[in-house]
Design a protein around this ligand. Structure first.
Ligand SMILES: *Cc1c(COP(=O)(O)O)cnc(C)c1O
Length: 496
């Protein structure tokens, strides 16, 4: 069965999977959603024997129906290889009443790698399938993490170039070092003398500049983005929920058809939406537990039916969840609105004009599989400390938000269903916050000294991503003003 993709804001538009991947976002700002969610018609006994790559093929082939078997298998092989530091790709670790699904074994030690390691291959395959002759130039503005994960994903992928802009004085020293040491002839990293918003505005301007587009086309290039709302990032995230479920069955943790719960530390709502799609494919997930930090827009939404971004933006120790507009939520809104593109478009217009919208009680009823809650900064730190003291297992701040919310959930409901917690970053990525949570005696140590200390107390080897930046050479040193961004792009591409 061919699966087409509908635009959440325009009923008349339906495209193939490869077109949806290539376009990223629809022209009117809508997102692409599968017209139907395919069912995972594979018995768990069989899933239990599959490797990560085989599971990936089983899931993705049901969504990306215009890819040939060979195309998809090639994408999967190139993505989930020795860039990951374990052949399991996403190991499951039991600690203190929950199963932690470690999604941080890729090149940048955070879960964005799960999708960004395959997106470049999906994108370039989609371009070829749709007879795009140009090379694809990825433009990204980053406040830190996504830039590095995109660079690592696209490095040395034939037919692509990637250009990342970051605020020169607006990212952490480690984040900057991770980016400017990036290898690969097709990678370009630029610090701009401005803030993140200026970087983002500059990138958006280039995307919509017809003259620049024509100049690029004449030179054999076209722009694309690795944006988190690309369906080519969402579908690969379904895979690890299926994989985790099958592993729990294989290890005798659950019996046939036993349900599990899933807890996801949430920002843009991509990761938890992937779990929702897994549930809709037929995976027996009971509750989808949405965990927020102090930027608790989603908690408020699940408890009141009102999405309201009009509030103070709080900087927390889980920065990848410091988000007030969760873009992927639109896909869920569209669905609970009965796949009514007009209704969805209206709510999204309200969001952009008033910063808020209210869903109907009918729509709210369709959210019964979701549970939302949040943790304060103090609670997050306490979760890290107590889990370490009770079990020796060390988790990062984002994962700790999820673990804290899971505690609140079980206290409230008494639900003892076996539960998987999505562990979205290595503690080595947020070493200072993690070590401060464990003991304030670590305050005075340097970042690298802290990594050594963490390695000792957690009995975990320092990840390659951290070892590398200690000694890596700086390979990128371009700095420009925001208004010079187009010229910088042209000079990288040798367009004069
Ligand atoms: C991006 C990110 C999240 C949030 O994931 P969403 O899909 O945006 O909800 C959580 N934790 C970490 C470490 C992340 O990088």
């Amino acid at each position: 069965m061919e699966i087409l993709y509908a635009n959440t804001r325009d009923t008349s538009e339906k495209v193939t999977a490869s077109q949806a991947i290539l376009n990223g976002l629809a022209k009117d700002g809508g997102l692409y959603v599968p017209v139907v969610i395919p069912s995972l018609d594979i018995p768990v006994e069989e899933l239990a024997k599959m490797s990560y790559q085989e599971t990936a093929y089983a899931v993705m082939s049901r969504f990306f129906t215009d890819f040939t078997e060979e195309e998809l298998k090639t994408c999967i092989e190139r993505a989930y290889d020795s860039k990951f530091d374990t052949p399991e790709i996403a190991p499951l670790v039991y600690a203190d009443g929950a199963y932690y699904l470690e999604l941080f074994h890729g090149p940048t030690i955070a879960f964005k790698d799960m999708a960004l390691s395959i997106l470049p291959h999906l994108l370039i395959t989609s371009a070829r399938k749709n007879h795009v002759k140009n090379d694809i130039v990825i433009l990204t503005a980053t406040s830190g993490d996504t830039g590095k994960a995109a660079l690592a994903g696209f490095a040395n992928v034939e037919g692509t170039k990637i250009i990342v802009f970051y605020p020169k004085n607006g990212v952490s020293p480690i984040q900057e070092k991770q980016m400017v040491t990036q290898k690969g002839d097709n990678t370009f990293v630029v610090g701009i003398t401005g803030n993140f918003d200026q970087a983002q505005t500059g990138v958006k301007k280039m995307f919509s500049d017809p003259e620049l587009k024509a100049e690029l086309d004449a030179a054999g290039y076209q722009f694309s983005s690795a944006n988190s709302i690309n369906i080519g990032r969402l579908v690969p995230q379904i895979v690890y929920y299926v994989y985790a479920y099958a592993k729990m069955y294989a290890n005798g943790e659950i019996g046939k058809d036993d349900p599990i719960n899933v807890v996801v530390p949430t920002g843009n709502f991509g990761n938890i939406l992937a779990a929702f799609y897994a549930k809709n494919m037929g995976l027996p997930i009971a509750k989808l537990i949405c965990a927020s930090n102090e930027n608790k827009v989603l908690y408020d939404f699940f408890s009141t039916g009102v999405y309201d971004r009009n509030r103070e933006f709080i900087l927390t120790s889980s920065p990848s969840m410091d988000i007030l507009i969760s873009s992927n939520l639109e896909r869920l809104i569209y669905r609970i609105a009965g796949e009514d593109a007009e209704k969805n478009a209206e709510l999204m217009r309200e969001l952009s004009t008033d910063g808020k919208y209210t869903i109907t009680s009918e729509m709210r009823e369709k959210l019964d599989a979701f549970y939302g809650n949040y943790t304060t900064e103090a609670e997050t730190a306490e979760v890290i400390r107590s889990l370490y003291e009770n079990t020796g297992y060390v988790i990062d701040t984002h994962t700790a938000v999820a673990a804290g919310v899971y505690k609140k959930y079980t206290a409230e409901t008494g639900d003892r269903t076996k539960t998987v917690i999505a562990s979205t970053a290595s503690p080595f990525k947020f070493t200072r916050s993690v070590m401060d949570a464990i003991d304030d005696k670590y305050d005075a140590m340097s970042d690298f000294a802290l990594a050594d200390e963490l390695s000792g107390i957690a009995n975990v080897k320092i990840p390659r991503a951290i070892e590398e930046i200690r000694s890596a050479q700086v390979l990128h040193n371009t700095v420009c003003a925001p208004e010079e961004m187009p010229q910088t792009v042209k000079s990288f591409l040798h367009i004069h």
